[in-house]
Design a binder for this molecule. Sequence first.
Ligand SMILES: NC(=O)c1ccc[n+]([C@@H]2O[C@H](COP(=O)([O-])OP(=O)(O)OC[C@H]3O[C@@H](n4cnc5c(N)ncnc54)[C@H](OP(=O)(O)O)[C@@H]3O)[C@@H](O)[C@H]2O)c1
Length: 161
Amino acid sequence: MIRAIAAIDDKQGIAAGGSIPWNIPEDHRHFRSFTEHGVVVMGWATYEEFALPLPNRRNIVVSRTQQPVREGWELITDVEAFLQLATEDVWIIGGAQLYASTLQFCDELYLTQVVGDFNCDRFFPPFEADFTLQDQSPMQTSGQYQYQFNVYQRANKNRQV
Ligand SMILES: NC(=O)c1ccc[n+]([C@@H]2O[C@H](COP(=O)([O-])OP(=O)(O)OC[C@H]3O[C@@H](n4cnc5c(N)ncnc54)[C@H](OP(=O)(O)O)[C@@H]3O)[C@@H](O)[C@H]2O)c1
């Protein structure tokens, strides 16, 4: 199964000025609970924001250029081939470019919907035409933030792998 996991705002924004403009510890735990012990795939810009690889996970970074990666990460240049050959569950963890280029391969989307417009400059791609809401938590509050955990499943089975 190939899944994307992201936190998005009212405009499907995911980041502003090179970072995520909210801090919701419960969402960090949610992210960890699903991705821990699995395979996480990230774009080069997202990789650059991590000081260390995510623990207890296989950390894969995607770039079109062959370049050295830090200890704890594996580099792949052909994410489409990787996803087509994947035998394990895979989590696409961002950012915007990688979500957009791999959405066609995703079976499920785990989207934390954060209430508000955070003036983002990176966005999750449009997905509503191909995915239906499968599961939704009650509205949650964390400090100043309100959010819901949503799971979407592919409505048509025509993904490309
Ligand atoms: N809200 C959230 O849940 C969330 C989650 C993750 C990240 N983010 C945010 O997203 C922002 C980064 O997003 P971004 O769109 O700027 O960058 P990104 O997707 O993380 O990385 C873009 C780079 O990854 C490589 N790449 C992406 N798709 C590829 C493909 N299909 N094949 C080969 N290489 C590919 C390319 O690297 P090369 O140029 O080296 O070829 C590209 O320049 C960060 O600010 C981060 O904080 C938010």
